[in-house]
Design a protein around this ligand. Structure first.
Ligand code: BMA
Length: 272
């Protein structure tokens, strides 16, 4: 286990899902963790659990698509813990009613999705980098998705936001490498989060069965868990990854290794 004693971590979307899992792992490893989220109840609950386990945590209510809220998160982190070393730009949304083509996507939906999934990464980085500089460096980890690399039908704003996250990652990595600030992205496949469960629920039927079906589509035969992602995020944030910047890591149970044609024409059969 890496020791993050004395490190301060901000996690956006830290109330649930991958953010929650990473928050707990960082706290267990000695970091002070600032959970930023719009979900007060779940965010406060996480921080209470950290305190119960004698860990350092702070919840800050924030809509990270809003510049004032982002500034407020960084100010709160500095006031409570003295600075910022690690930023996990994790917040992401994929509203179930947003599965539409470009013609049917409203401007509001476009703005909301790209606001939370992409602009927030820009804003949080913008306000955090000066604090990292004061401490001689830092690490920014951006949550993209396998959908930053390949698409599914009918997710124009979501796919564009995730592709943008990968470009922003490369850009910031170039601009801040000389200051000891590393910037990397992660591309998770389907992970068992509240966001994915909401999408699964929309299909009707038993959620566990739907998630199992999603899992069967991943060569490893299951969807990922928050802990899978947390383990990667802690590694990337650690000095063990000190030569990594400007790149992304795919963590998807083999999803991206498989061609779309794999189960159809040209697929191997038992007779081959
Ligand atoms: C994520 C979300 C999930 C999806 C996964 C793999 O970003 O879109 O709903 O299951 O990608 O495509």
């Amino acid at each position: 286990m890496v020791d993050f004693d004395g490190k301060v971590v901000i996690i956006t979307g830290g109330a649930l899902g991958m953010g929650r899992a990473a928050a707990h792992e960082f706290a267990k490893s000695g970091a002070a963790v600032v959970v930023a989220d719009i979900d007060d109840e779940a965010g406060e609950r996480n921080v209470r659990r950290m305190h119960d386990e004698s860990q350092n945590g702070l919840f800050v209510r924030a809509d990270v698509s809003d510049a004032c809220d982002c500034r407020g998160v960084v100010e709160a982190a500095v006031a409570a813990f003295g600075g910022v070393d690690i930023l996990f730009n994790n917040a992401g949304i994929q509203p179930p009613d947003s599965y539409l083509n470009v013609e049917d996507t409203s401007e509001e939906t476009w703005d909301r999705i790209t606001g939370v999934n992409l602009k927030a990464h820009f804003l949080m980085s913008k306000y955090t980098i000066p604090e990292m500089r004061k401490r001689g460096g830092g690490v920014i980890i951006n949550n993209a998705s396998v959908q930053g690399l390949q698409s599914q039908p009918l997710v124009p704003a979501y796919a564009a936001s995730k592709g943008g996250v990968l470009s922003l990652t490369r850009q910031m990595a170039l601009d801040y490498a000389s200051e000891g600030i590393r910037v990397v992205a992660i591309c998770p496949g389907t992970i068992d989060t509240e966001m994915v469960r909401t999408v699964a629920a929309q299909e009707g039927g038993d959620i566990a069965q739907t998630l199992a079906r999603y899992g069967a589509g991943h060569p490893i035969g299951r969807i990922g868990q928050g802990g899978d992602i947390a383990a990667l995020v802690l590694f990337l944030a650690s000095d063990a990854a000190s030569f990594m910047t400007g790149t992304h890591v795919v963590i998807d149970g083999g999803l991206m290794a498989m061609g779309a044609w794999a189960g159809g024409a040209g697929a191997a059969t038992e007779d081959d």
